[in-house]
Design a protein around this ligand. Structure first.
Ligand code: 16G
Length: 240
C-alpha cells in the first residue's frame, strides 16, 4: 500500500481486532486514557476512534461505566449481505452475466474510497445480476488489485463475496452505504430489459474487512419495480 496508515486508522484496526476476538461477550473497551497511552495517540484521537465505532454500531457507551462491545443480536440487525444471499433469502435463484472485467488505475474517486493512490490498480467488474432469470441489478465494483492477485482469471459469474473468502481469505464485515433514487439511462434500461427512464434504486457501498481495510467499492442499480431494500433497524442504547 502506497500510503502509511494514520494513527487513527491503526487504532481503529486494533479496536476492530479486539472486538472480533470474542464477539459473544460484552467486552469492555480500554478507557480512552489507556488507549491513548497504549497507541501513542492523543486522547482526542482515541475518543474519535471510539466514537466512530459507536456510530457504526460496533460498541455502545454506558455513562460512568465505559464502552462495551455490542452483543451479536445487534450485529444481526446490521447484517451485510451479498446479492446471492439476498436472492436466496427471497427464495429466488441468482445468476450473473459479466459485462466487463479489467485492471485499470483507481483514479481519484475510487482511490479515495479504497484508500489507495489514484495510480494504484483496481480490478473493475461490471455485471448484470439476475433473479430467477430476470435481470434486476446492474453492478459495478472496484477492488484494490493488490488484494486480489489473479482475480481476472477466476470464475466471475458466481458470488464475489464467496470468491473473496475462498480464494483470498478476505471476509467483508462492514460497509458504508448510501441509497438514492435514480432513473435508468438508455444503456442501463436496455441491460435490465425495461423502458428508458424507468425508476431505480442506486446503492453505493464501500466494504471493509474486519481490520477496517477497504476491499470493495460498489455501485449497484436495482430495478425499482422488482426490488425493495429491506433494512432491520434497532434502537441504539444499552437496554433492549
Ligand atoms: C451486493 C453488494 C455489492 C456486492 C455484491 C456481492 C449492495 C448494494 N451491493 O450486490 O457491493 O459486490 O452484493 O454479491 O448490497 P455476490 O457475492 O453475490 O457476488
Amino acid at each position: 500500500m502506497s500510503r502509511a496508515e494514520t494513527k487513527h486508522e491503526q487504532l481503529r484496526s486494533a479496536l476492530l481486532g479486539l472486538i472480533e476476538q470474542d464477539p459473544r461477550r460484552e467486552l469492555p473497551l480500554p478507557s480512552e486514557r489507556d488507549l491513548a497511552a497504549e497507541f501513542g495517540v492523543s486522547r482526542m484521537t482515541a475518543r474519535m476512534a471510539v466514537e466512530e465505532l459507536a456510530d457504526q454500531g460496533f460498541v455502545y457507551r454506558v455513562q460512568g461505566r465505559g464502552t462495551f462491545v455490542r452483543q451479536p443480536w445487534v450485529s444481526k440487525s446490521l447484517a451485510l449481505t451479498s446479492f446471492t444471499e439476498d436472492m436466496r433469502a427471497r427464495g429466488m435463484k441468482p445468476a450473473t452475466k459479466v459485462l466487463a472485467s479489467a485492471e485499470r488505475p483507481a483514479g481519484a474517486a475510487a482511490g479515495s474510497d479504497l484508500k489507495i493512490s489514484p495510480a494504484d490498480p483496481v480490478i473493475f467488474l461490471r455485471r448484470v445480476r439476475l433473479a430467477d432469470g430476470v435481470p434486476i441489478c446492474l453492478e459495478a465494483v472496484e477492488l484494490p488489485a493488490a488484494l486480489v492477485p489473479g482475480m481476472l482469471h477466476e470464475v466471475l459469474t458466481g458470488s464475489l463475496y464467496d470468491l473473496l473468502e475462498s480464494s483470498y481469505r478476505i471476509r467483508i464485515t462492514h460497509a458504508e452505504q448510501r441509497i438514492r433514487a435514480t432513473v435508468l439511462d438508455q444503456e442501463e434500461a436496455g441491460l435490465l430489459g425495461v423502458a428508458p427512464v424507468s425508476p431505480a434504486l442506486l446503492v453505493e457501498r464501500v466494504s471493509l474487512d474486519r481490520a477496517g481495510r477497504p476491499v470493495e467499492r460498489a455501485r449497484s442499480i436495482y430495478r425499482a419495480d422488482r426490488y425493495d431494500y429491506r433494512v432491520a433497524v434497532d434502537r441504539r442504547g444499552p437496554g433492549r
